[in-house]
Design a binder for this molecule. Structure first.
Ligand code: PLP
Ligand code: ZN
Length: 418
């Protein structure tokens, strides 16, 4: 049995190929982004969906689809295999018969970033890397720090000055060294890091500049398709920062389609806040390349507040256009309402995650999503790490009770009526 069917890195700009055992971030020849390639014809001959059914439910269930070569290097905290929960509140309210939530609030560090870091850190371990760097609005840093700790890799996290205190504390708790990162726009960060890769030989874990993190996001496609009896949903809605999540999921669906395991591909929908949202803006202007746009400080959706996409957001734009999908932007008020709706579903989501449900509401009103379409909203992260936003979503309106039986009886009549 072949443990991994990955063959090489391919530069998506100059088409150079590189071995998977080279420790690379971007293309050493032209600075383009690298993409892992697979022997899909061989996979088609040798693999079938049935073979996966009895395996454990972490993202490593699908190890053939990742570039790691040796199972001994796997660093896992039980990430992946999260529930695809049918909606009981938002769906009926919006007249959608088949709305689902992919609930990644259930991840080890509370966000979907754990999929990517389980793979990226395992892969770094296999390459013999001892230290690494990433920048983060909070969740990526926490995930990076946790997995690096398990692998014995020294983690340095540049945390955006806007990140909230709980996220920062979590990163520290997992033992990473932190520096608060100040900047005016995101291009300064990506330029700085790209130069670091070239000049200092840094190995870093920022999406896309690290060429394997998003490979693990393909696991969405595998998990969701398997749960739906090897059918893709009609619409897949994903909040977008760097775009690693939506791009990875799209690559996963495309692979399954090539293998003949699913018949149809989903429409990919990218969601960003109206205050920033370069991808949404590019889509609205019919462009394939996104320009810097908006102000990251003007939204509560911290995790998707980036105003400058890496290399023009080309991969995300391709996923949207090639899938026949679209991009939506949502306001903070719409996000807060979606957080309350998700609460009624038993899900406590952070603002960036609730943005996907807010976008579904908009898309239904605009007629872009039809009542009978099967829609999956990815709920990327838990609200517990951004508790200030949860408090904002639910303004305090507490009743009062002194510990006394007669008062209790009176209060319950007040609440429940008679
Ligand atoms: C990072 C993050 C996103 C955006 O993911 P990208 O892969 O950067 O597009 C969305 N939601 C949450 C909760 C995140 O932490
Ligand atoms: Zn190249």
């Amino acid at each position: 049995m072949t443990w991994s069917y990955a063959t090489n890195f391919l530069c998506d700009r100059c088409s150079s190929e590189f071995s998977l055992s080279e420790s690379l971030n971007t293309c050493p020849k032209c600075g383009g982004l690298l993409e892992v390639q697979y022997d899909l014809p061989k996979m088609k001959r040798e693999l079938s969906p049935k073979m996966f059914a009895s395996r454990d439910t972490s993202i490593w269930r699908w190890h053939e689809f990742y570039p790691l070569r040796d199972a001994a290097n796997v660093i896992s905290l039980g990430e992946g295999g999260t529930l695809l929960t049918p909606s009981i509140y938002a769906g009926p309210k919006l007249g959608l018969e088949n709305l689902y939530f992919k609930n990644d609030t259930l991840m080890p560090t509370g966000s979907f970033k754990d999929r990517g870091f389980s793979l990226a850190i395992s892969f770094a371990k296999e390459l013999g890397i001892h230290r690494g760097l990433t920048y983060s609005s909070g969740n990526a840093g926490a995930s990076f720090a946790a997995y690096a700790a398990r692998a014995g890799i020294e983690a340095t996290v540049l945390v955006e000055y806007l990140a909230n205190p709980v996220k920062k504390a979590t990163i520290g708790l997992y033992g990473a060294t932190m520096a608060t990162l100040h900047f005016e726009n995101m291009t300064e960060i990506t330029d700085m890091l790209e130069k670091g890769v070239k000049e200092l030989g840094l190995y870093q874990f920022v999406n896309f500049i690290n060429p394997v993190r998003h490979e693990a996001m393909k696991s969405y496609a595998y998990e969701i398709s398997e749960t739906l009896n090897w059918q893709a949903p009609d619409v897949m809605v994903h909040p977008v920062g760097t775009g690693g999540g939506i791009w990875g999921a799209w690559k996963g669906f495309c692979e399954l389609h090539t293998l003949g395991w699913i018949e149809k591909l989903p429409k990919m929908v990218a969601v960003q806040p109206t205050a920033t949202g370069p991808i949404t803006r590019a889509f609205q202007s019919g462009l394939r390349k996104a320009e810097r746009y908006g102000d990251s400080t003007k939204t509560i959706a911290q995790s998707i507040a980036g105003n400058a996409p890496i290399q023009g957001g080309e991969r995300v734009m391709n996923a949207i256009y090639d899938s026949g999908g679209f991009a939506e932007s949502v306001t903070d008020d719409e996000i807060l309402e979606a957080m309350r709706w998700l609460g009624r579903e038993g899900i406590c989501a952070e603002p960036a995650s609730a943005a996907s449900l807010a976008a579904v509401k908009r898309a239904v009103v605009e007629g872009r999503i039809k009542p009978d379409e099967r829609v999956v909203c990815v709920i990327t992260g838990s609200g517990l790490k951004q508790s200030s936003a949860v408090q904002r979503a639910i303004p305090e309106s507490m009743l009062r009770l002194d510990a006394d039986y007669n008062q209790l009886a009176k209060l319950l009549v007040e609440i429940w009526g008679h």
